[in-house]
Design a protein around this ligand. Structure first.
Ligand code: HEC
Length: 158
């Protein structure tokens, strides 16, 4: 099921998107809310169900657990919010923060660095913020071969 943002979020988003169209062109580069009237913002569609699938197929599940499914080498990515609010930039920033450790571990244990498109990142962010979709993640959705490769601790470099 595609992710449907709560109404308040949708309204805020609409305001953000419509601002450049409706605002009378101010002399300054930014208006009073700090928005550039010329800003063209592209927002990818988010789909938490696609995110749940990508969480497995992209291999996040090797190191991260959700709903108790997955490895324990990295922090669990269970959502602690009751209401799903997908903040894409916040999610990307959190991944950026974890990137050095993540990439090193991926190269050591998977032998490659996981590649993600912008859309895929958006779906993963939606999944990380959707408690209902997270509850649907079950062990039997992860191929057996992958389950054998769950990383439960950070290996020490030799
Ligand atoms: C090989 C292991 C590994 C894989 C695979 C992996 N991660 Fe990570 N990830 C880590 C580790 C370790 C950290 C913690 C880094 C730190 O604490 O500095 C982390 C941190 C994160 C964080 C920040 C957590 C926080 O709350 O600060 C996010 C978000 C994240 N990973 C998302 C993902 C996603 C999405 C995928 C799949 C596309 C993925 N990770 C794949 C090991 C991995």
């Amino acid at each position: 099921m595609p992710f449907r943002p709560p109404a308040a979020f949708a309204a805020a988003l609409a305001a953000l998107i419509l601002t450049p169209l409706t605002a009378a062109a101010p002399a300054a580069a930014q208006d009073k809310d700090g928005q550039s009237p010329n800003l063209k913002l592209v927002l990818p569609a988010v789909d938490a169900e696609r995110g749940r699938q990508l969480f497995i197929t992209k291999g996040c599940v090797y190191c991260h657990a959700v709903n108790g499914v997955g490895g324990k080498a990295a922090p669990a990515l269970d959502s602690d919010a009751a209401e799903p609010i997908v903040n894409l930039t916040d999610f990307a920033a959190r991944m950026w923060g974890g990137a050095p450790a993540m990439i090193e571990l991926q190269e050591m244990d998977l032998g490659y660095q996981i590649q993600l498109s912008g859309d895929e990142l958006a779906h993963l962010a939606a999944f990380a913020n959707d408690p209902a979709e997270q509850k649907k993640l079950a062990e039997d959705q992860v191929p057996e071969l992958m389950r054998e490769w769950y990383l439960d601790e950070v290996p020490t470099a030799q």
